[in-house]
Design a binder for this molecule. Sequence first.
Ligand code: ADP
Length: 610
Amino acid sequence: MKKSKRILSLLLVLVMLFSLAGCQSTQPASEEPTEEEVETPSEDALFTPGTYTGKGQGINGEIEVEVTVTENEITNIKVLSHNETPGVSDIAFTDIPGGIIEHQSLGVDTIAGATESSKGILEAVANALEQAGADIAALKAKEVKSEKGPSVTTEKEADVVVIGAGGAGLAAAVSAHENGASVIVLEKMPKPGGNTILSGAAYNCVDPKRQEAAGIEDSVDLHFQQTYEGGDKVGNPELIRILVENAYPTLEWLEGLGMEFTDYVFTVLGGLWPRAHRPAMPLGTGYITTFMNYIENNSSEMEVLLNVEATNIIMEDGKAVGVRAEGPDGPVIVKANKGVVIATGGFSKNTEMLNQYNKTWPDLSNTLSTNHPGATGDGIKMAVEVGANLVGMEHIQLLPLGDPDTGSLAGNIEQAVENRIFVNKDGNRFVDEGARRDVMTKALFEQEDHFLWIILDSQNYPTPDTKNNFNETIEELVEAGRAFKADTLEELAEKIGVNPDNLVAAVEKFNEHVETKEPDEFGRTLYQWKINQPPYYAGARKPTVHHTMGGIEINTEAQVIDTNGNVIPGLYAAGEVTGGIHGTNRLGGNALADINVFGRIAGRNAATLE
Ligand code: ADP
């Protein structure tokens, strides 16, 4: 490790101590430096020495920092409080302050996957430095020199090489190690997690314990049927069988690795049935933390290389024997003694690929996406280069519930499908809100500005600090203007600018059906509570690209199939990079089951199959 990096690490420890995810510091923070701290600056001083606090806007609210400066140097940055998502934003709280101090610049790059948090920290530091009399424009313009030395080729070797440190890749890595393999995981981003860590994280499985305790009837056959029919019978029934039969045993496997799920079983958006399980940790952080803990505990045989982008599968005599990649210091070549697993996720962030394959939606060039920036379809291209067959590439899933500004699922106020309705800009309902994701999104594209309001009542938010699964309280969302609250439906309609008579009529009609449980004019069948307990809430949403169902063809052993229908020896794939499981439409809650079930199978087989 380079010396400067070691110094940085020390600083980061300090910074991290104050930025424990989601913490709210109780430390008093003075707005102005105390008199003793202020020295008279010399003429060419950059700052008035002292300690200053500053505030910036993160994705989930305010970020507050404390910055200490001497005349010419920023010496310390402490994060006093923030409410960013644990796991997802942690890296921003270490690398941004560390980078500012190392380069004495506000021009450091934001962290991919934690962009808004990075911007919030930069804004907060700038705000503090402004009070210290700094020339902010100059600090922003100051060049951040990369320390890159001459290019060196790194060569490594492991039994199994996994490309991608999202859920599928890490599941494969852990499972390969459990089956006796040494493992190297290559990840192109600066942190593990991929889309998995950002996801709502609901995991579908038929659960003899939790569903029975909640009086929910279900069966593996019903899960099969809904998955198959929910994808218009286009998915491969053999793969779906593997998915639904292994979903619960794989959840138990995750629990065995230390992951916790709550006892709550619910219907996730587009999930069609109450069989979604919610991890105890927010978003997908539980999966990634669990796998990374396992890897850390077995670090003599397992390694995750970050900032290393795989570019090609190395083939020898028709067999996959390694991976070529590009790392921060130059090319990286990793030899795989037993097998290679491709787990690079989907291509929702690759507009060119989306437009190349899309047959269902209007042009997607301007549609936002829920995905992390690394979802660019690299694994699909690498696999095609070595002869892999692709299936179902045109099946692209959009969700109707993206944030209108960012496309993210953050800020979503819904708590359960049963208890909210959608209305358009006129205040009228337009779709069965318990329907398939594609059905809802297609209906949304027909509404004015492709725009909807989620409407629900306070039964979903019994206290103002009840959180959604993005760690955001309803009160924070209301305060930030990202949700609206009113004591009557008429008042709510006025606040969001829809026709009050229409909104009241829509809710009244919905409530009648909650009582009778009869399907309504849109065919809605999922009901639980009436919307009748003030205060009422509304939140705006738009279509957003979420999941690409198509990808590399695999068999039930997660082996990659070539264009002639034969197995490519040594090559496995799992997760969103694969195609053929979900057909035209993936059920909500099936992705997390898919990536874990097939990741586990791919890892095991890469370690053991000849
Ligand atoms: P899944 O849900 O299938 O696991 P994710 O999106 O969670 O998919 O994870 C895929 C991971 O693969 C991401 O972390 C992404 O950055 C990584 N990845 C994508 N392309 C490459 C590549 N060329 N080299 C290394 N890692 C990659």
